[in-house]
Design a protein around this ligand. Sequence first.
Ligand code: GSH
Length: 106
Amino acid sequence: MSRSGNAATPWSIVARMALKLHRCSTRWRVGPCWRVQKALEEQGIDYEVVKGPARPGKRTELQRISGQKLYPVIEFENGAIYCEESKDMAATIRAGQLDEKRGASN
Ligand SMILES: N[C@@H](CCC(=O)N[C@@H](CS)C(=O)NCC(=O)O)C(=O)O
């Protein structure tokens, strides 16, 4: 193996951390959380599911990061938060515009 800078050499591989989808804990494939999760799936975007508490009073972390208590919320690797109506989030993902939200603080 040479150290020529070949992109396939092990030391050149940069691990990509997945974004986090903060969502409700239902297993049913319906509703706002699933709408956004499905769009991530369809677009082949790496994500990690973080299932949050069902009781609104226990959603302190969600409240802290997003300023509100409803799921779904996307947390980027850089800590940026993306939270809109799920229909708008799904449309953004499908339009290939999710990266544009990475710097947003909404
Ligand atoms: N209008 C919102 C509704 C979001 C919503 O109701 N999310 C559900 C989870 S799928 C939720 O957070 N439910 C918990 C609650 O209402 O306290 C949207 O579509 O984004």
